[in-house]
Design a protein around this ligand. Structure first.
Ligand SMILES: Nc1ncnc2c1ncn2[C@@H]1O[C@H](COP(=O)(O)OP(=O)(O)OP(=O)(O)O)[C@@H](O)[C@H]1O
Length: 280
């Protein structure tokens, strides 16, 4: 007979999800982008969000940013309701080219990422603010041009500063909308690592919208794949396979692994927007 332990084992408290959607739906007019979406993203988790144009990936991020209300269901993020302007949430928006006349400097853009209730007042905070902005600019290797007007910078340089802006507040949730676009391969790799470090080292939940999973495949814990109102969530191997994608797209889709990369054939949307980093 085995002796009963005198005390119950101490269990670590379960970690609350950083993002939780319950039975969530989003419609614009009569068009439903997705419905019945139950999704929990844990602190430290890296979730890739894939799907063809118009499937509602950016709209999902807008819901999490408090910019778009759900049509049904509930959303919680970083321990509270989705609301605008939280500096616990970092956001790398889908890139839009800035006009040459934009005179805001890179360091100002990065500093906006810190603007919250406890920043920007008092000398000590100003000094700390400057230190953090400089560290974030250094991390994306933008020191050389960070004081220039944004309108004069290349698309890739602007993008690196947007990444610094999203990371500067040490966010607990990081929402990224195609963050590797217009970056060269070396910077795709560096930016992917910075984003992954925010998950692995700082414990942030990362939602990473992308058309091309290969540059981040080694970093991805789970995939959310949206197609025409249908979706699947699971580890990359469970979602990125011929059977699952054929079911989602309702047509024959072939997925093969070639040298550690995923090759998807049979759907137009797997156009390669970005040259691929060999290793994220
Ligand atoms: N405010 C809005 N009102 C009405 N329709 C909208 C609104 N915002 C987005 N849409 C539509 O919803 C659909 C999904 O848009 P969304 O930007 O979320 O797609 P996506 O999956 O991010 O696409 P892409 O891969 O092209 O970036 C699109 O057809 C878009 O036109």
């Amino acid at each position: 007979m085995t002796a009963k332990p005198e005390t119950e084992p101490v269990l670590a408290p379960p970690t609350a999800p950083a993002v939780r959607l319950r039975d969530a739906a989003l419609s614009y007019g009569s068009r439903t982008l997705w419905s019945g979406l139950d999704l929990e993203v844990a602190p430290g988790e890296f979730l890739a969000v894939l799907g063809p144009n118009g499937s509602g990936k950016t709209s999902l991020l807008k819901v999490l940013l408090g910019l778009q209300p759900l049509s049904a269901g509930t959303v919680e993020i970083a321990g509270g309701p989705a609301r605008r302007g939280s500096n616990r949430i970092g956001y790398i928006p889908q890139q839009r080219a800035l006009e040459a006349t934009v005179t805001v400097r890179g360091t100002d853009l990065v500093g906006f990422g810190l603007d919250g209730h406890h920043w920007g007042v008092g000398f000590r905070n100003r000094r700390e603010r400057k230190r953090r902005v400089e560290a974030a600019v250094r991390a994306v290797e933008a020191t050389e041009y960070a004081r220039m007007p944004l309108g004069l910078l290349s698309g890739g340089e602007q993008q690196r500063l947007r990444v610094a802006q999203a990371l500067v507040s040490d966010p607990s949730v990081l929402l990224c909308d195609e963050p590797l676009l217009s970056l060269d391969i070396a910077h795709q790799r560096k930016v992917s690592r910075l984003i992954a470090n925010q998950a692995r080292q700082a414990g942030a939940a990362v939602l990473f919208v992308t058309h091309e999973i290969n540059p981040v495949l080694p970093l991805v814990d789970r995939v959310l794949y949206l197609v025409d109102g249908r979706f699947r969530v699971g580890p990359p191997d469970e979602v990125m396979n011929s059977a699952t994608l054929s079911e989602l797209y309702r047509t024959d889709v072939e997925v093969a692994r070639v040298g550690g990369r995923l090759v998807v054939a049979g759907v137009d949307d797997h156009d390669h927007h970005v040259p691929e980093a060999e290793e994220a």
